[in-house]
Design a protein around this ligand. Structure first.
Ligand code: SF4
Length: 613
């Protein structure tokens, strides 16, 4: 094996206006590999407990994996790790397009931003260093406009990640966009806005150093061959995620009317084939032949001219079923708008659906909603609310806080209708009909996220590591752990989560990591799985230090006590019945105590007892 490639971190302090290049210690590389591992290692190691997520002390860490920018497929994604202003917990949010590759081309696997600038700035990374540059001229622009200006200013070898008006106004679920791909969840764009950091522009040539480039090339060739043989890859290339609603609505796990129903009537108007009819383009991330981003354009009606590089499944869902609309055009308009404004579609759409249910029950009325009539099916009001949230205008200012804080402000029993885990709004899979998915939301260290440990077994029937009955509860604690640890393992790469079932994980992935870094031990998949476990445990330790425990590993009361309603799908009448027993078993298997904290023995076994005090 050739020599090891050292990872570099660029540290930027916006308060002192200083920049410094650091070498990531060998011990950190060996324990955490890269990507998400580096993220939690630096966040836990440097950040004091209980800092204000919108204060100077909160670190905002951008990460590219050790494979980014190389020939291998689907491994150039990037990630942001910080403390969330939405949940107060650990935050990690993943995105695509080219930015991950460009961070590596600039010579870094991590960019750590601390402090806060007094005036709006952007960072410009080049081979000569990092400039902290005045951004007052682009403050107030949307994410497309900001990227256009910086591309024109710095040339076509430049890629940009930036916030939009939602991030500037500290909407608690603001996103960071690069191209039309976003790091959406947990309010990572809000943290960026709190630092007065509008954008990061990277101008670089396409060049990276690999430990063993010849071996890497061979492995990448083999990976590509396996991709093309995979039926799932072919299907993903054809459809992206635009037909997942066909599956979830049939299964009865398509949350409708703010998670009251598991199916939507007439949902076929929004099925994949309907999106295909108005598809106008295809986009992909750096060096990924799947090109799963499907763009759509509206040509007629009230939303004529609306365009989106999407919507993908989550956004198709969140801008239709939660408010019981079947307008395909409204989903495209809403998705494009959220991308422009820099806002997480899942939290925005859910916060809006929460308001619709309050309106239905008479908890709020037109006086509260600035005259908007929030009746199911009224997608025009949804579009208006998206604009108002990003502008923090009127009722939008309340919803910009997320459904939990909005409920506290509104009172009158509104909290019953906020559908969240740890304060983050739930994604597009009904926990009463896909219970491992639901328990993943409850135990996820970032709150209500499907991406923290996606239950492929329940939605797509993948029998890996075994066949799963989606209505079983305690029996599937091992599956929830496997899914969460596998995701963390996958994100040291940072490999795209869609690519996981395409027939090459984990053997070639492990070998690619070894060939890229020169760390021979990474070639063993079991070594990497232990790293995944280590990452989840350190993320949990971060949350424990912030005061989180068993009491926050919850699902909404609706999920626990209200029977699911479907229109004939299996799962009708289901609730989640055994949350406490599930947690007992899950904690036991994880080696955590009864309050959900990693035990000293577990930390010792993972080799991080010296890190977690
Ligand atoms: S599968 Fe799609 S999201 Fe994943 S890396 Fe490829 S193009 Fe990007």
């Amino acid at each position: 094996m050739a020599t090891a490639v050292t990872a570099r971190l660029l540290r930027v302090n916006l308060s002192r206006r200083t920049t410094a290049v650091e070498t990531v210690p060998t011990a950190t590389r060996e324990l955490f590999v890269g990507g998400r591992g580096f993220g939690i290692s630096y966040l836990y190691g440097e950040q004091p407990a209980e800092v204000d997520p919108l204060g100077e002390e909160n670190r905002l860490i951008f990460l590219a994996g050790p494979l980014a920018g190389a020939q291998a497929q689907s491994v150039s994604r990037w990630m942001v790790v910080t403390k969330s202003p939405l949940t107060g917990a650990y935050a990690r949010s993943v995105a695509g397009a080219d930015f991950g590759a460009w961070l590596r081309f600039a010579g870094y696997e991590a960019l750590l931003v601390e402090g806060k600038s007094e005036t709006p700035v952007y960072l410009h990374l080049t081979k000569d260093g990092c400039a902290i540059t005045d951004a007052r001229d682009i403050w107030g622009t949307n994410t497309l406009q900001a990227q256009d200006v910086l591309h024109q200013r710095h040339g076509n070898r430049t890629r940009v990640a930036c916030i939009g008006p939602a991030g500037e106004r500290l909407v608690r679920y603001a996103a960071i966009a690069s191209g039309r791909r976003t790091a959406s969840r947990c309010g990572v764009g809000t943290v960026m806005g709190s630092k007065n950091l509008k954008a990061i522009a990277i101008t670089a040539d396409r060049m990276i150093t690999l430990s063993d480039p010849d071996l890497f090339k061979e492995l990448a060739k083999e990976q590509y061959r396996l991709y093309r043989e995979s039926e799932k890859y072919v299907q993903h290339r054809q459809w992206g995620t635009t037909m997942t609603q066909d599956i979830t609505n049939t299964l009865g796990v398509y949350p409708t009317r703010n998670f009251r129903y598991g199916q939507q009537k007439n949902a076929e108007k929004l099925y994949g084939e309907e999106y295909r009819k108005i598809r106008t383009g295809e986009f992909g991330c750096y060096n990924c032949s799947a090109r799963c981003g499907k763009a759509h354009t509206v040509t007629t009606g009230e939303y004529a001219g609306a365009w989106s590089e999407g919507p993908e499944y989550e956004s198709i869902w969140v801008f239709s079923a939660p408010i019981d609309s079947t307008s395909i055009e409204a989903t495209i308009r809403a998705d494009g708008l959220c991308d422009d404004l820099g806002m997480d579609t899942i939290s925005a759409g859910n916060s809006i659906a929460f308001a619709y249910e309050l309106y239905e029950h008479g908890i709020i009325d037109r006086k509260d909603t600035d005259g908007l009539e929030l009746v199911y099916g009224n997608h025009q009001a949804m579009i208006k609310l998206i604009e108002k949230i990003a502008a923090r205008e009127g009722f939008g200012d309340i919803l910009a806080e997320g459904s939990v804080r909005a409920a506290a402000k509104i009172g009158r029993g509104a909290e019953r209708y906020a559908i969240h885990a740890k304060g983050m709004e739930l994604p597009a899979y009904e926990p009463r009909g896909a219970k491992s998915q639901g328990f993943n939301y409850a135990t996820s260290n970032i709150g209500g996220s499907h991406c923290y440990g996606y239950a492929h077994q329940e939605i797509f029937g993948a029998p890996i590591p075994r066949v799963v009955n989606r209505f079983e509860e305690v029996q599937n604690a091992d599956i929830v752990i496997t899914n969460q640890n596998t995701t963390a393992t996958n994100e040291v790469g940072i490999n795209c989560s869609f690519a996981r079932p395409w027939g090459w994980f984990p053997v070639i992935y492990a070998k690619l990591l070894a060939a890229a870094t020169g760390c021979e031990q990474f070639a063993d998949p079991n070594y990497l799985f232990k790293v995944g476990d280590r990452i989840v445990n350190l993320e949990r330790a971060f949350n424990v230090r912030e005061g989180f425990s068993r009491k926050e590993d919850r699902l909404p009361d609706r999920i626990l006590h209200e029977p699911l309603q479907t229109f004939g799908a299996p799962g009708d009448g289901e609730t989640v019945k055994e949350l406490e027993q599930f947690l007992d078993r899950y904690y036991e298997l994880r080696g955590w105590d009864e309050k959900g904290a990693p035990t000293a023995r577990k930390l010792d076994d993972l080799g991080i007892a010296h890190i977690v005090k």
